[in-house]
Design a protein around this ligand. Structure first.
Ligand code: SAH
Ligand code: SF4
Length: 388
């Protein structure tokens, strides 16, 4: 039986070890990396790290030679030891509505999508990915059809922000009149299955002397990984978004299979305990509108009951179709009637206008071609390649 493999995505020889990239290191890690490489003496490490930090995250430089206040020799040593290279941009698309989507390759076979949406948040939001693929299989989500390839590193998450900033020509990081004001972890993957790297990336992105996007403008969306919720709040102080989509366990289990592990009652208890929750820091509940599935007036009333007493806002997301999807989007009138019930009960419940649908950049449409090749298949391909 023949096996066809796209070998351009599956290198058969290990890539040469590349130099460590500094963009994914927290301040403390950066100082340590400089010491470990013998580039600075320990007593000078903090000062040097602060200096480099500003060049990397405030000015967005990709070349050590641009660091004009660092001695020439030191710049040369840094360049020999480390890199600041951006990942490769495989594809860039711009929607009719101004949404921009990048397909980024961070390593052989590791491709992720991220999306900039203008006029969202204070000025514009960047939707970043936390994993390549996803282990969860929500029935309405395109990413869910792609097997998990791996977690992204902190550097790969920060790189998405830097690529967007490059494209928006937003260096040095402005304090006012920004195009990019908000970050949402609503791209590919489940961020709470990659909390260490997500938390490190948020530390870097939120640092006031760098990209400086405040934690209150960073939202992490989860399908409901209950045991990690408190840690998320404590470690990141990020805003929380919950992909709810249904108000009873039997229905939620069919849409979000993770509900079998963490049913609604447990999820709601963990949300109520989320650190820092207040009227000023509300939880966002995401609710995808699926025709004939979860969009009746009774569903809306059940939602009101479920969220009683939780400082919350409900984002109604019209379902975005993708090739092969089994659901349909609710009719507009149905969505408006649903929203009206929530509004009357006192909930802010904006209907999220689909953005970038023409370039498959809207919620739940992201998917890269990266596939996890089974080791056995890869070995076979390698063997037949070297035999030919
Ligand atoms: N894994 C995380 C974050 C990524 S998904 C999570 O599930 O929360 C980001 C949001 O897009 C989630 O609320 C998800 O439910 C929603 N979504 C997924 N597929 C969608 C689709 N086809 N149409 C509209 N929203 C979708
Ligand atoms: Fe994964 Fe979120 Fe998509 Fe569910 S909605 S499959 S958790 S990315």
């Amino acid at each position: 039986m023949g096996v066809t493999l796209d070998l351009s995505r599956a290198p058969t020889v290990p890539a040469a070890p590349s130099k460590p990239n500094l963009i994914g290191l927290t301040r403390a890690e950066l100082a340590q990396a400089l010491i470990d490489a013998g580039v600075v003496r320990p007593e000078k490490a903090r000062m040097r790290a602060t200096q480099l930090w500003r060049w990397i995250h405030h000015y967005g430089v990709t070349d050590f030679s641009a660091m004009s206040d660092v001695a020439k020799e030191m710049r040369a040593t840094l360049a020999e030891t480390f890199t600041l290279a951006r990942p490769e941009i495989v594809e860039r698309q711009v929607s009719r509505d101004g949404t921009r989507k990048w397909l980024i390759r961070t390593a052989p076979g590791i491709e992720v999508e991220c999306v900039y949406i203008p006029d969202v948040g204070r000025a514009g939001a960047l939707c970043v990915s936390s994993q390549v693929g996803c282990t969860l299989n929500c029935t309405f989500c395109h990413t869910g059809t792609q097997a998990l390839v791996r977690n992204l590193t902190a550097a790969e998450i920060v790189a998405q922000v830097q690529v967007a900033r490059d494209d928006l020509e937003e260096w040095p990081s402005p304090k006012e009149d920004r195009k990019l004001t908000n970050i949402v972890f609503m791209g590919m993957g489940e961020p709470l299955y990659n909390l260490d790297n997500v938390a490190a990336a948020i530390d870097i992105i939120a640092d006031n002397e760098g990209i400086a996007i405040s934690r209150r403008r960073i939202t992490v969306s989860t399908s409901g990984v209950v045991p990690e919720l408190t840690a998320l709040g404590e470690r990141t102080q990020a805003m929380l978004a919950i992909s709810l989509h249904a108000t009873n366990d039997p229905l939620r289990e069919t849409l979000v299979p993770l509900n079998r592990k963490y049913p609604i009652a447990e999820l709601m208890a963990a949300i109520r305990a989320y650190p820092g929750l207040s009227n000023a820091k509300r939880v966002t509940f995401e609710y995808v509108m699926l025709k004939g599935v979860n969009d009746s007036p009774a569903d809306a009333r059940a939602l009101v009951q479920l969220l009683k007493g939780i400082p919350s806002k409900i984002n109604l997301i019209p379902f975005n179709p993708w090739p092969g999807s089994i659901h349909e989007c609710s009719d507009w009138g149905t969505i408006e009637a649903f929203a009206a019930i929530l509004n009357r009960a006192g909930f802010a419940s904006p209907i999220r206008t689909p953005r970038g649908r023409d370039i498959l950049a809207a919620c739940g449409q992201l998917k890269s071609e990266s596939e996890k090749l089974r080791a056995s298949v890869r070995r076979k391909a390698t063997a037949s390649e070297s035999a030919s």
